[in-house]
Design a protein around this ligand. Sequence first.
Ligand code: SER
Length: 875
Amino acid sequence: MKSAEIREAFLRFFEEKGHTRVASSSLIPANDPTLLFTNAGMNQFKDCFLGLEKRAYTRATTSQKCVRAGGKHNDLENVGYTARHHTFFEMLGNFSFGDYFKRDAITYAWEFLTSDKWLALPKDKLWVTVYASDDEAYDIWTKEVGVPAERMVRIGDNKGAPYASDNFWAMGDTGPCGPCTEIFFDHGEGIWGGPPGSPEEDGDRYIEIWNNVFMQFNRTADGVLHPLPAPSVDTGMGLERISAVLQHVHSNYEIDLFQNLLSASAQAIGCANDGAPSLKVVADHIRSCGFLIADGVLPSNEGRGYVLRRIIRRACRHGNKLGASGSFFHKIVAALVQEMGAAYPELSAQQAHIERVLKTEEEQFAKTLEQGLRVLEQDLAGLQGKVIPGEVIFKLYDTYGFPVDLTGDIARERELTLDEEGFEREMQAQRERARSASAFGMDYNALVRVEGQTQFTGYSHTQGQGRVLALFKAGQAAEQLVAGDEAVVVLDQTPFYAESGGQAGDCGYLLANGVRFEVRDTTKTAGGAFLHHGVLVSGSVAVGATLEAQVDAEVRQASALNHSATHLLHAALRQVLGDHVQQKGSLVHSQALRFDFSHFEAVKPEQLKTLEALVNAEIRKNTLVETEETDIETAKAKGAMALFGEKYGDQVRVLSMGQGFSVELCGGIHAQRTGDIGLFKITSEGGVAAGVRRIEAVTGAGALEYFTQAETQLKEAAGLVKGSRDNLLDKLSGLLDRNRQLEKELEQLKAKAASAAGSELANEAVEVKGIKVLATRLEGQDGKALLALVDQLKNKLGSALILLGSVVDDKVVLVAGVTPDLTAKLKAGELMKQAAAVVGGKGGGRPDMAQGGGTDTSRLDEALALATQFVEQGA
Ligand code: SER
């Protein structure tokens, strides 16, 4: 069976068992700052397990994109060296939210794996583990399903703490968790390894293929396990592992999915496709990198971007090991798109963007390596002994991105060793720093959690009544607020728009008799409760009270105009620049709009003009902004632009403008007619990352303000040059001409003055042992002026030694000159060495001309006096 067929069979099996097929969510977890990347199928459902989010179904099945690199479940360093670890993989899962529990989960899994109608795996090849104390699961397996006791293994807390066990699964340090039962496949005697729980369990013979978690608890930061509202099920089966079993290969890298990726990798690198671990690393990493970039991650120095950067660099390094010259990694994207683009259209749509990002990163890494190599050379030159210290290895690694094993290779070539312990110490310290700085370690339960949803009435209203469902002070639930409290108010219904889709949350007031709560921002929880953040200015509010919600309509309208203009701009960008333009970020508030999109070069000035013209033409057409609620498939069929990775519900809102000019999925607040936008003006265009550009713009009153300001500046500028708007440019270019002319005249006058000064100075020369010596100080002359003067003086005096000094910007400048007839005996360079030393500096030069300087201005006269002594000693 091909991987694609297995994926489909799994989803179909669970559909037949009453599950709803749900699309994979983005690799960037929605509304969850506790998680680096989506690392399991259950991530998108975690609030369903906690009872905070209700969906239309209680059974779901998915094939979920997952990345495990960084964070709690991190497989990065194993990848390439084992048969079964990946940075990116697809997890097949079935989920029950308070519906079925252990018995059904176990019997479904067994039926799918062993029934002839489905995967038909030989039962005697399957082993099962249960959490040590889970007798219920053990009995279902042995007594009902019939797995013999000799292939059953109980696993306890084998990871050093209560509930720290291979058979107790948790998404993170806090949040939903529970005991699990895992199904293993025995790949046969030919492969080394022992059954789960045995000392040889890390071998590749017995491979875990399916994990069934019985979600029962919510773990809080104090380590306490609180029972979930209803016991649930979360299962996960790696598509790659089960494919290996069904395709009778033992390594995931031998399955159909990887064949093309491996050969494309070998081709891009220019090496043999011979199963080398490094080649597997590259073929694995192109999947995580491609998918992460498609979901909007860009390489950077922190958070998700940093992990992506590390994966790309690891791939580059393994490619280099195999002899790649130049950048190769981006060349494998095409094969990835061919292999997986049908199941994941975000890849095909963004192929060019992914390639561009990878290529830029590869090139940058090549430079980094070069630089690191130079630094290493310098450090090695000063090295005493035969060990490269941990700090040096760490500096190279951390500052220059220079991989440790490369440092190790170089060390070996020179018969040096690495201070690995020292390096580990530095790394540990770095990890501590990263952990304390990272928001991803945050306690999931510390987020405000509210039972129940808020009904949003704000598409048609900016006012309306709502009943207080909950109150929070400093993140803690409260029964009552008093004047002065900073708090969060949750209502059962509200016209306040909560920040999402790039549009800022509404501000305004919640009012009642004597009560005034100033709302400064509105957000919403994953479960759909709207949080009004602000301050109680007067009165008191208790849970259950009724408040009159009043959105600041002016601010809201300005945001709405900016939001509608963003859609017009998006459509215009695709018309003017091409279909490769994809939204990469958007921020809309009352002051301005900001739109990030994929494009490979600066948008040219004439293109910006065209964009403005197109958007403004749509504004003047003044068409109705239309919205329609429909299901996602109908919306897509209408050509609605959806954001890859965005979490859309079953019903979506389609927003159309300009009779098809722009059709997008959007839950935001918009103008009623395009004409409301009034005017659209781009204020800046620039790059934000490789392949991503940013346009900022203003609309409506903001645009008028922009022009008014520009006009005021223009008028002020015209006033300064005593002109008008009409002749300002002529005036300015006239002034610039005049300025150039004056500069020229000034230069000439300076030269004349210097020459006159030179004649006077020449008279100051004294005779020492028959040689004319001129040593004097001049005020405020820089080195260039002194050089010119020394030249003139040499001409005037014919035969002489000259030393001039001056103080400029608190520093001494010295110039010495000797006419050619005297350079055999008296060398300007030598005089300068001595003179500069006196003023605490350095100097030197040729026998006929030398320059120097120092910082000790108090000793300039002493330095000048050296000239006479120099002649007395030398001549
Ligand atoms: N969440 C569990 C896992 O990732 C089962 O899906 O293993």
